[in-house]
Ligand binder design. Sequence first.
Ligand SMILES: [Zn+2]
Ligand SMILES: [Zn+2]
Length: 297
Amino acid sequence: MSSYDPQDTASEQEETVALKGHFYGVYLLASQSLDPRYRGKCYVGFTVNPKRRIRQHNLGYDFGGARKTSSRGPWLMIMIVHGFPNNTVALQFEWAWQQPSLSTRLKMFPELKRKLPRETFFDYNFRILGYMLGVSPWNRLPLSVRWLEADYERPFNMPFPNHMEIVSGKVSISASQRMRSYDAVAPPLVAWASECHLCMQQIVHPERSRLGCTNPMCRLTCHMMCLANYLLGDEPGHYIPVGGECPLCENRLSWAALLQRKRLLMGVPEERQDHDEDRIDDVGVHCNIEEAPEFCD
Ligand SMILES: [Zn+2]
Ligand SMILES: [Zn+2]
């Protein structure tokens, strides 16, 4: 039985887990497409509003869905992990779940590198999740693993941390939270984070390798390579991304525009570059030069 029928979902019981604008979820979608190329494929994403998000995925790219899921559905949101303290932590969780072979916390498990021959995409993603919940830093978080589709429910093969919970049923987000979703995107941070929002590693040479988002409200901070890998996702054979969605604010990003912005920063007058790197960082801290260079100087 599929709960894809919208009437069906409307009558279902929904649990309001709105914690006054602090819902950060990482979800797993599975394609119900009749096209054998897409059927069963999975997609991991981050959202502050699961109901709106699944609608966007199913409406397609032109309505805010991700390029990777556009026209490859319909998609079912099978499960969502929530209880993250903020969007950055949720985003790091999303990134590692998508890229277990690149994540510093997961790459010591060679068995997670790829899907086993007879494993479904769902089973593979579920297996990765089982490992993730057991390793630092995620094993310390008060997470809830929520099943949204009863047909898929199954026990974890890995020990499940005692302080986490497994629950079932849809979540609803209160209207007030929806209003506040932009707060979630732009936390009251003045300074750039020194850690990459995706891989959690320090950004050692920010002037060279740090990228932000083209949305001036968004505080995304990450390594250029990490964002490139994020945008490339699992599309084989491509090494340079065209664009995609900002992992944090879900804004459309163009890779060319990101690099152009980066070049603007690198191209600041030489006398400024000759001063120490801190100078650039100082400027960046006060007016976010990488995100909105037009407001600087
Ligand atoms: Zn990184
Ligand atoms: Zn953004």
